[in-house]
Design a binder for this molecule. Structure first.
Ligand code: ATP
Length: 320
């Protein structure tokens, strides 16, 4: 067993993948204990309560690693809490999309394989990984379902992310899904996608990459640290989380049929080189749009554009 890491917190999201992670977590805890690690379980009834618990655990130096059992939303929460600390992040994928795990080479689809991978990684030095930071510039945004007290005129605080920021079609789909009362579950995203597809049209953005402004029209615009979103859409197949760089993907205006035909190519990462696709790499990227669009990071709602995105090089130790 590793002499470096002995104490581990396991964070559970009872909401991930419709509750499936509740069954996965005990398997993870048992595997780690059987391998000789000291394990604390961190679960809470809400995301906010879980954040407070994780901040306390990391702050008092009680754990050397945090293993999340959930999807990209829970990974995002852990990254936001852990970046810059000495606590390493482990992931046992138990969500719907699991893009962070996929990109980090963590086995998907088998809890036993993911646990074996994690225990092997605990023997090694954590891999230093870049973390993105998204800073909303404007306030006065009321999230769907927020209380009056959460509304305000000051911008939401900066938030870290591991995978990507969405500011185009997929951000609109997320926002639409969040506003729908019916249906519940994953079908909400299908309905939202169809509704947004019917409304597909380009928006005008100003993308400023390391101080150089690009005025673009786009239907799909995202900024990646790790290359995939939405359950395996390889938006930036060449993205590296260890190069101190972010990569923006811009898809130029195109009709619905061509847009739909693009999707299988993006899943396969074979859109690079197409005339409608361009990439811009840099360490500070600002996205502005002349229409109200709410940005999402790792599938989490951030706030309206404009946003400033930067990178914290090697800020996170990942067990992989
Ligand atoms: N009690 C809770 N503990 C932790 N997270 C919670 C809780 N309740 C709600 N959440 C939120 O649930 C959302 C979904 O979780 P998660 O991302 O882990 O699963 P998923 O959506 O099924 O997977 P993916 O993001 O990979 O598609 C996240 O935004 C998370 O913050």
């Amino acid at each position: 067993m590793s002499t470096r890491i002995r104490t581990i917190a396991v964070a559970v999201n009872p909401a991930a993948a419709g509750g499936a992670s509740v069954h996965v977590a005990p398997v993870v805890v048992d595997s780690l204990r059987a391998a000789g690690f000291e394990v604390t379980v961190a679960a809470a009834t809400s995301e906010r309560a879980l954040r407070e618990r994780l901040v306390a655990l990391v702050g008092d130096g009680g754990v050397e690693a945090l293993v999340v059992v959930g999807g990209d939303g829970l990974v995002n929460l852990a990254v936001d809490v852990l970046a810059g600390s000495a606590v390493a992040l482990g992931i046992v994928p138990a969500g719907t999309g699991n893009d962070a795990a996929r990109e980090l080479g963590i086995p998907l689809g088998s809890v036993a394989a993911a646990c074996d991978h994690l225990i092997a990684a605990l023997e090694r030095e954590p891999r230093r990984t870049d973390v993105g930071v998204i800073t909303p510039e404007s306030g006065a945004d009321m999230p769907p379902g927020a209380s009056e007290a959460e509304d305000g005129t000051s911008p939401p605080p900066p938030r870290r992310f591991l995978c990507a920021v969405s500011a185009g079609f997929d951000a609109l789909v997320n926002e639409r899904a969040n506003s729908l009362r019916f249906p519940r579950g994953p079908h909400r995203y299908t309905v939202a996608l169809l509704l947004e597809l019917a409304r597909l049209r380009p928006r005008r953005y100003r993308l400023t990459v390391d101080g150089v402004a690009h005025d673009v029209e786009s239907v799909l615009l995202a900024v990646a640290n790790l290359g995939s979103i939405g359950g395996g859409m390889r938006i930036v197949p060449f993205a590296s989380p260890m190069d101190g760089t972010l990569d923006a993907l811009v898809v130029a205006p195109l009709g619905r049929i061509r847009f739909l035909r693009l999707f299988p190519r993006v899943f396969a990462g074979r859109h690079v080189g197409l005339d409608v696709v361009s990439f811009h790499s840099g360490s500070v990227i600002r996205i502005e749009c002349d229409e109200p669009i709410v940005a999402y990071a790792d599938g989490e709602r951030i706030g309206p554009l404009p946003v400033l995105i930067s990178v914290e090089k090697g800020a996170l130790g990942v067990l992989t």
